[in-house]
Every structure is written in C-alpha cells, then in structure tokens.
Design a protein. Structure first.
Lengths: 113, 110
C-alpha cells in the first residue's frame, strides 16, 4: 500500500528566515505530486504540482518554490518567509490519469512570527 | 473549472442519514464530481467520485441527477466521528488542479 510522509509536523519560524518542507511517498512510482496551503478558515489553495522529476508547475505567484529531486520526493522552499506564509501545508499525490483522487499527507503547521 | 456552491454548515444527530447538496450549474461535459472529507488538522480524504446517476461505496452514496447541475452526498447513519468538513469539487482530469471551496461543516451531535 501507499503512504505519504511530511515533516516536520509543526514549525515556528521568524520572518525572513528560510523554509524547507519535505514530502515523500512510498509504495508507488511516478506519481503526480502536489503542495497545498490552507490558511485559517477552510479552502485549500493549490501551490505547486509536479508530474515528474524536475517538472514543476506553479499555480500562484509567491515567494515559495518547489522542487522534485527524486521520483517520490517533493520539497517546498522559501528563501525569506513572510507573515502571510503562515498556514497548514499539505502534500498530496495521485496516480497518473486519476488526478481528481488525491491522497494527502498529515500536513505541516507553519507559524511565521 | 466549474464553481460549486454548498451549505456552510449542517447539524445532525447520531444515527440519522445526512444529505449534503452541492450546486454546480456550469459543469462541463467531461467534468467529474468528487467529494472529500477533512478532519481538523488533517489532510482531506477522498470519499467518492461520480459522473452521473448514482455511485455507492462503503462510506457514502453520491446522487447525480440527469442534468448534472447538482449532486448530493449521502452519509447513512452518521456517528460522532463523521463530524468534519465536506468538500464538493467539480473538474476533469486537468493535471490535478482541484479547487477546494469553503466546504460544508457537518456537526453530528449525540
């Protein structure tokens, strides 16, 4: 079976500091990978998605970036965090051809102070 | 992607059947309808997906009328553990560009 891991679970960072969140998937190969952010309230915002190694599509212009150095590894980064970057960050994966059925990780709660 | 409209919140009691309706008047021909469930501080969980008529799995049923402009998620005999936010999404297989709206916050009471 497939599992998805995210770390850290919680993170408190000062404004202007760098960020690196990691996500890995086990039990499948060549998945689609996604990064979402959920601010206070409910709606999830798709930030990045990737259909393969080194292939990243950005949905929203911001000071965040994503990379996919390995098939089942997805990294979300920032060089300088803003207060508005606070939120709940979720990584998800899906099979190719079934992108509407996504499987989410446990999330990282980021607080920028 | 088609916009969806669903109630902000609903209340129910244990053992009742809960029906959450979602409107998607601008649904396109190749769009599927997908529902997710989210508990606090967790990622959303896929519940069910359908294109037309009725789909049933071990968790829920999804009813889609012929015009496909709405859909109803049915949760049979809810329990306290079904308290969560339920999202209705409409879209085709467009590279996974799911758009999550505000969802419906379901509160199940004893």
């Amino acid at each position: 079976s497939q599992t998805i891991h995210q770390w850290p679970a919680t993170l408190v960072q000062p404004v202007g500091s760098p960020l690196s969140l990691e996500c890995t998937v086990e039990g499948t190969s060549n998945p689609n990978l996604y990064w979402y952010r959920q601010a206070a309230g409910r709606g999830l915002q798709l930030l990045f998605y990737s259909v393969g190694i080194g292939q990243i599509s950005s949905e929203v212009p911001q000071n965040l970036s994503a990379s996919r150095p390995q098939d089942r590894q997805f990294i979300l980064s920032s060089k300088k965090l803003l207060l508005s970057d606070s939120g709940f960050y979720l990584c998800a994966w899906s099979f190719k051809g079934a992108a509407d059925e996504q499987y989410f990780g446990p999330g990282t709660r980021l607080t920028v102070t | 992607l088609a916009k969806t409209t669903q109630p902000i919140s609903m209340d129910s009691y244990e053992g009742q059947e809960v029906n959450i309706t979602c409107s998607h008047n601008n649904i396109a021909t190749n769009d599927y309808i997908t529902w997710y469930q989210q508990f606090p501080s967790q990622g959303p969980r896929f519940i069910i997906q359908g294109y037309k008529t009725k789909v049933t799995n071990e968790v829920a049923s999804l009813f889609i009328p012929a015009d496909r402009k709405s859909s109803t998620l049915s949760l049979p005999r809810v329990s306290l553990s079904d308290t969560a936010v339920y999202y209705c999404l409409v879209g085709g297989n467009q590279g996974g560009k799911l758009i999550f709206g505000q969802g419906t916050e379901l509160s199940v009471k004893p």
